[in-house]
Design a protein around this ligand. Sequence first.
Ligand code: C2G
Length: 446
Amino acid sequence: MRVITYGTFDLFHEGHRKLLERAKSLGSHLIVGVTTENFDDARGKLNVQQSLMERIQNVQASGLADQVIIEEYEGQKIHDMQKYGVDIFAIGSDWRGSFDYLQDYCQVIYLDRTEGISSTLLRKENLGVVRLGIVGAGRIANRFMTESLFVSGVHIEGVCSRTHESASSFKNKHQLKYATTNYADLLENVDAVYLASPHETHFEYAEAAIRRGIHVLCEKPLTLTAAEAVALFDLAREMNVVLVEALKTAFSPGFQRMVAVARSGSIGDIRSVDATFTKLEKGDLRELQGGAGGSISELASYPVLAIVKLLGGSYRSLTCYSHIPRTSEVDLFSRIDLLYPHALASARVGLGVKCEGDLVVGGTEGYIYVPAPWWKTEYFEARFEDPTRNKRYYYKFDGDGLRYEIAEFISLINGGQIETYKMRASESIAIARIIETARQEAVVFV
Ligand code: C2G
């Protein structure tokens, strides 16, 4: 009898060993499928600590597996049952019912799970739980709460907001320990903060946290000037704390893959990048008034991120056109054109004008097309003159996507690293520089 079982087997423990022992005793040959990082990402398991290689080695070291295979995609189990001539599929009882569909191919057995031990528990013991405070109680802070539930190793302790009412209603809604209007109080009780306050407060709040050795995840735009971004990253390095700009697109698997495909030469040399993000804001634009608002400061971080990831931060010149109608104090539509040594890029943003929100990366041999909403990259295409070469790529972008940046932030803290290649300090600084220059030098039309 051939038996198969699957798992992540992160931080291999007694529960895993017992499960494999029981599975093995059901037959004569045990196959163990170990999940890839991509597959775990896709099924929402974001905090796996060990690499695929380490997890395979753990399974092999148990001496219980006759064969180890890699599980990399949804639906693979059906293929494996047939490919390996499997008689019995065994899995822990926490999955009871979920794999009944495999009964068409083999016998399905749910084995009792070992109580009191799990990878999640071990991760907590190993790494502890990061106590996080939220600054701001608006729409994005609410989304952050929902998304943080998908990430293990983090606990949202409290909230700081401008008014008592907004802070305590946020606290009650999300059942937090405390609410305050005093930022210094919040910093007393946390290891890290998430800044979702108005743009112009980011610098001051981030600086105060970093000075106390508190890690910072800061909503975009991190700062409104490059000098402030440089100062914050210098301070973070000096204090050895994590400072990450929460630009969700940068952390999504699909976007990272798109950048890698484009930069690997598959469409030749990159000569143009055109990215658009518009979001019609109706009604009260008061939040955007007073200099810090507008379509550039609200939205340009996204298209400029794509440009910086694809072409770098060293452009030769910048031109910006902004539509600021007489009735508005802020720009409602803007286009930033950047000339690079060998390429042209354009970022279009709008709060009062709607355009197609797509991204096109033009190369000397073909182009990459990412349809709207490209900033939540789920799908892109590489297209060529010869259409038989066209290729489509599909990825997962769960929920609002904030879970990816939260997971990365927590794993940086736990791993003792202060920077991630997904959103480097130099990239945040380059984005801040472009946004600052565009806002200063915009040619205005009414
Ligand atoms: N397990 C157990 N007792 C525990 C913990 C885990 O019996 N205390 C079992 C699980 O039920 C599972 C196996 O050990 O059968 C691997 O568990 P995980 O590493 O958590 O992997 P999991 O996410 O359950 O993978 O395709 C992947 C599989 O569908 C499930």
